[in-house]
Design a protein around this ligand. Structure first.
Ligand SMILES: [Zn+2]
Length: 273
């Protein structure tokens, strides 16, 4: 569930506490987190490493070390929490030289910690297309990625190689804002709608970051607090409520196997995928 705004919220909060500090000790208590590598191997390589910078690529939080990059993916229910006492569902922890402790918790245990060697940008680039808030994400590029595709446009923008960082929540919000029906065949989205979708993707992600992400089920900020993005959603999770734009009741349908929220009046289906 954590999408780009949630991961970016974690990055911004942790960066001043982690950057330029050395990891004294790493303790990883869940083999699923580091599979196929053994948790003790990864923990051993983290111990003594200096954290140079916290970065992000799509939904990956990148702990850039003097000896490689730890790529953390929170998947469904992963959280990184600052503090001393061990929280419930703790799977791993990092202790820094200055006494800072970071706990990794994960109820569902789908998250991953993968230690990449330097020059691992190829691994990340193979999994992530353009960063939606960067200059590399353009309306023209999005149009090229959608052209000729028969899959529903929602499925296309959830493909991390088309645009990195979107998940079910912000995809629904962006499609509502751009007035694009989520089940439209990707290649049938008109040029003006592609441009609107491009702008909407950037807007909903930026607003999500400003609200410190969405705490719908499990997401917490590193201080244990809650994001407030969910309070501002126009369509996601608002089945039956009036569309903020036209007043028609918002609906929930299934597109590409995912629960999808939309206004059938504002988002007309013109070409079925
Ligand atoms: Zn509407």
């Amino acid at each position: 569930v954590p999408e780009l705004p949630e991961v970016e919220t974690v990055r911004r909060r942790l960066a001043p506490r982690l950057e330029s500090r050395r990891i004294d000790e790493a303790d990883i208590g869940d083999a699923r987190l580091t599979a196929p590598e053994a948790p003790s191997d990864v923990a051993g390589r983290l111990a003594g490493a200096r954290i140079e910078r916290l970065g992000r690529r799509g939904k990956y939080l990148l702990v850039e070390l003097d000896r490689g990059i730890l790529a953390v993916h929170l998947r469904m229910t992963g959280n990184l929490l600052l503090g001393g006492t061990e929280p419930p569902f703790a799977r791993a922890e990092l202790r820094l030289e200055d006494g800072t402790v970071v706990h990794y918790t994960d109820v569902r245990r789908f998250g991953t910690w993968r230690l990449l060697d330097h020059g691992a940008t190829a691994w990340l680039d193979a999994r992530n297309g353009p960063e939606p808030l960067g200059d590399g994400f353009t309306a023209a590029g999005l149009g090229r990625a959608l052209r000729g595709r028969r899959a529903p446009v929602k499925a296309a923008i959830l493909d991390q190689r088309v645009v990195a960082g979107l998940g079910n929540i912000y995809a629904d919000e962006a499609l509502w804002r751009a007035r694009v029906h989520p089940a439209t065949a990707s290649g049938a989205v008109s040029g003006p709608r592609v441009a609107a979708l491009h702008g909407a993707i950037r807007e909903v992600l930026q607003q999500g970051i400003e609200a410190q992400g969405a705490s719908i089920r499990d997401f917490r900020t590193p201080d244990g607090g809650y994001g407030s993005a969910q309070e501002r959603f126009d369509a996601y999770g608002r089945t039956g409520e009036p569309c903020p734009r036209c007043g028609a009741a918002l609906r929930r349908i299934v597109v590409g196997g995912r629960g999808t929220h939309l206004c059938a009046r504002c988002q007309r289906l013109r070409a079925v995928a």
